[in-house]
Write a protein that binds this ligand. Structure first.
Ligand SMILES: N[C@@H](CCC(=O)N[C@@H](CS)C(=O)NCC(=O)O)C(=O)O
Length: 220
């Protein structure tokens, strides 16, 4: 099995963590990527398999998939243990909703910061302030979700934790870290970072950032 990812792909990291949690034997293929050129040239297998031309892409014989969430669903169906979605239908639906919100509600604010950072002095721009405010508001929401539970979707670790752990790392990289103002989230972050499946993935990403002289935020 093969995972096509990239050194700063937060969506690729989600899949890598999930595959490690399930102790799968897979090859990790990093596609060409640099801060200057972006994803150029595109890897031919990524172009062949993903009409969106993005990583992650997962290949398991004739099963060829793209999109991190879709790939995680496959991993869960194909290797149900250890479980990464909760057992009950309602709990599962809630966890899926939280995973989706992390990728599609929270992360777009981070993407907005990434785009604005190209400008000389973005910090006074109303769009910058608005994105930071929305990121902190989402932290407030997750702080309440974590009140009395160890993980985002309850007491069991799930894909929702993997998604939000990676998303908040990117928010931290782009100036809006989880701080002591969010005590539940700080404890949760350390809990997730300590997992043997998470540690090597986040350490490798931090190592890549250091190798290109980029700052690394606290991540545990
Ligand atoms: N929803 C997709 C998003 C994938 C995505 O945005 N991948 C980024 C890397 S993290 C990418 O390949 N970007 C290059 C591009 O969009 O051209 C997923 O969950 O896999």
């Amino acid at each position: 099995m093969k995972l096509y990812s990239a050194p700063l792909s937060m969506f690729g990291a989600k899949v890598e963590i999930a595959a490690r949690e399930k102790r799968l034997d897979f090859e990790l293929q990093m596609v060409p990527f640099s801060q200057q050129q972006g994803y150029s040239p595109r890897h031919p297998e990524v172009l062949r398999i993903n009409p969106k031309r993005q990583v992650p892409v997962w290949v398991d014989d004739d099963v060829e998939l793209y999109d991190s969430t879709q790939i995680c669903e496959y991993l869960e169906d194909r290797w149900p243990a250890p479980r990464l979605w909760p057992a009950g239908a309602a709990e599962r639906a809630r966890a899926r909703q939280l995973e989706h919100a992390s990728d599609e509600v929270f992360f777009p604010h981070v993407i907005r910061l990434m785009g604005l950072r190209a400008n000389p002095d973005p910090v006074d721009a109303p769009e910058w302030i608005q994105a930071c405010t929305r990121i902190r508001a989402y932290y407030d929401q997750m702080e309440r979700v974590l009140d009395g539970s160890r993980f985002i979707a309850g007491d069991e670790y799930s894909f929702a934790d993997i998604a939000f752990y990676m998303a908040q790392f990117f928010a931290a990289r782009h100036t809006v870290p989880v701080t002591d103002a969010h005590g539940n989230l700080r404890l949760w972050r350390a809990r997730v970072a300590a997992r043997p499946a998470v540690r090597p993935v986040i350490d490798a990403m931090a190592g890549y950032l250091r190798s290109i002289d980029y700052p690394v935020p606290d991540y545990d």
